[in-house]
Write a protein that binds this ligand. Structure first.
Ligand code: NAD
Length: 261
């Protein structure tokens, strides 16, 4: 299998896009460290399913990505128990929707910590191991919001633009190390992150649920269809192939044409 002998750490892989990526990498033989929040029984079922798919080991680490010490412990565990990560997928993310003048400062801090600063910590801690092996893949789940903005998402847009810039900078630093660093920028993907922002957007803009889905979310997406987690996962898997060695520092859109407009 394509990724036999490799270890992948996928942050935020207990649901949505991250779970689809963990499944896709495991299906190619990678051992996977799963991370994210959720019900303990559900997480254990996910871990067992991922392990069964790969035939290699799957572990769960519940590090809160807002906590740098917890991230250090998780990366150290990934090294001592799985021998990695060779593949780092920085995927965990949160959203909060509010006009900037009313934006709660603690929500701003949390979004910047989880969506951006955690990517710095995992990357700086994982890179020495990748360099030592002369091979590595860092795939960051950015967003169409790393390229364009929407109102009421100032923290998310700032964090995702930050991820895109960070990706480029680290790609230049690692260009001769056998390590590639890219971000995938999906448009709207139907996951709990999108579902959870519907009530706040209904409130902020005085719209019904259907209006938010069709006139706000899919308004930006020319295909008028949600991207699927499995499509993003297939793209992440491609970036882990040897054939993708020359793709580095790229911000790869997968947004149904949104940012072409
Ligand atoms: P999701 O809510 O289904 O998954 C988010 C994951 O992150 C979950 O596993 C959750 O437990 C985890 N997480 C949240 N806070 C965490 C923390 N403090 N520490 C550790 N894990 C934490 O959402 P999703 O849509 O699958 O989002 C995944 C990524 O994709 C995010 O970075 C998001 O910004 C990005 N994205 C999503 C969309 C979309 O439309 N859904 C579009 C573009 C980009």
């Amino acid at each position: 299998m394509l990724l036999s002998g490799k270890t992948a750490l996928v942050t935020g892989s207990t649901s949505g896009i991250g779970l689809a990526i963990a499944r896709a990498l495991a299906a190619e033989g990678a051992s996977v460290m799963i991370n994210g929040f959720g019900d303990a029984g559900t997480i254990e079922a996910i871990r067992a399913e991922v392990e069964q798919r790969s035939g290699a080991k799957a572990l769960y680490d519940g590090a809160d990505l807002g906590d740098a010490t917890a991230i250090e412990t998780m990366i150290a565990r990934c090294g001592s128990e799985l021998g990695g990560p060779d593949i780092l997928v920085n995927n965990a993310g949160i959203q909060f929707v509010s006009p900037v003048a009313d934006f709660p400062p603690e929500k701003w801090d949390a979004i910047l910590a989880i969506n951006l600063t955690a990517v710095f910590h995992t990357t700086r801690l994982a890179l020495p191991g990748m360099r030592a092996k002369g091979w590595g893949r860092i795939v960051n789940t950015a967003s169409a919001h790393s390229l364009v903005a929407s109102p009421n998402k100032s923290a998310y847009v700032a964090a995702k633009h930050g991820v895109a810039g960070f990706t480029k900078s680290v790609a230049l630093e690692t260009a001769r190390d056998g390590v590639t660093v890219n971000c995938i920028s999906p448009g709207y993907v139907w996951t709990s992150l999108v579902e959870n922002q519907i009530p706040d957007t209904m409130k902020a803009r005085g719209l019904t649920r259907d209006q938010v889905i069709n006139d706000v979310l899919l308004a930006a997406q020319p295909t008028k269809a949600f991207v699927t987690p499995e499509q993003v996962a297939a793209f992440a898997l491609f970036l882990c192939r040897e054939e993708a060695q020359s793709i580095t520092g790229a911000n790869l859109s997968m947004d149904g044409g949104w940012t072409a407009a």
